[in-house]
Design a protein around this ligand. Structure first.
Ligand code: IPE
Ligand code: IPE
Ligand code: MG
Length: 265
């Protein structure tokens, strides 16, 4: 007998819905940061060029942005290109830049449809002129949106950011705009490229690497870290929801004792 034909049920959709329902909406991380890693290995494992992995990584970006917006995450930072990534072979850097710009250009209507505001952090002056132009337009075109804040870390590194902050503070002290005696943690925060955003509460890194790679070193001070072996091109909203559920099981103590925390909550 021939098996019944018809549409194959989308199990990942059902799984993602059931995970979504289990998430406690009152205890969502406001800000999730992701190191999107493993594109190159994903492609090479399939006998393909590394750029093929980056191309498929874009599909994950779309899916994760959608997944984050669906559950009303306020801030999502994606590490797309580090300062150190400029040292990769030229063809990969060029290919990645083109892909980034092309994707951002094509995604602006979807971002607007979904009320998503785009932000960029990083040394944007390092990007080719056409990329800077496209980015500036995308930022302006989504500036009115009030839903998810999507922060792309491009040509970003935390040490670059901290050096910049120190330079800017020194310049303001020199110009008598800032009294060194009044500098607090809040002052330093205001000089970072993330000054408009709360610190990430959950940081996810894909592809089985257990390091921070110069990402938000100051801002991640109390973030919960979540590492998964899944390569970025395979990462989907159900993986994001699994990470959030894991986050919700943790006790965040901020230096206090477990007993103190239980009394507060
Ligand atoms: C992450 O994937 C994307 C970027 C760093 C631009 P990789 O390109 O680092 O992939 P792997 O780590 O070599 O597999
Ligand atoms: C970190 O990944 C940067 C991005 C994901 C954009 P890398 O692949 O560049 O990090 P390392 O070199 O393995 O630490
Ligand atoms: Mg990598």
């Amino acid at each position: 007998m021939r098996p019944k034909s018809g549409p194959v049920p989308d199990c990942s959709f059902l799984y993602s819905m059931s995970l979504q329902q289990n998430i406690d909406k009152d205890r969502l991380p406001r800000h999730i940061a992701i190191i999107m890693d493993g594109n190159g290995r994903w492609a090479q494992e399939k006998g393909e060029d590394r750029l093929f992995g980056h191309l498929h990584g874009v599909e994950s970006v779309r899916n994760i942005v959608e997944g984050a917006a669906e559950i009303n995450i306020e801030y999502l930072t994606l590490y797309a290109f580090s300062t150190e990534n400029w040292d990769r072979p030229e063809y990969e850097v060029t290919g990645l830049m083109e892909l980034l710009v092309d994707t951002i250009r094509k995604e602006v209507p979807t971002l607007n449809k979904n009320n998503i505001r785009l932000h960029v952090i990083g040394d944007i002056g390092m990007l080719p002129a056409y990329a800077q132009q496209e980015l500036a337009e995308a930022l302006a075109e989504t500036a009115q949106n009030t839903g998810l804040n999507l922060i792309m870390a491009l040509s970003y590194s935390s040490r670059w950011e901290l050096v910049n902050a120190v330079k800017a503070i020194a310049a303001d002290v020199k110009a008598s705009k800032l009294d060194p005696e009044t500098i607090t943690q809040d002052t330093l925060q205001q000089y970072l490229s993330t000054s408009a955003f709360p610190d990430p509460e959950l940081m996810i890194r894909t592809s089985g690497e257990f390091r921070i790679s110069n990402f938000l070193l100051y801002q991640l001070a109390y973030a919960e870290l979540y590492f998964t072996n899944t390569r970025w091109p395979d990462f989907r909203k159900e993986n994001l929801y699994e990470a959030i559920l894991d986050f919700q099981k943790r006790e965040r103590r901020f230096g206090k004792t477990g007993e103190q925390i239980k009394k507060i909550t």
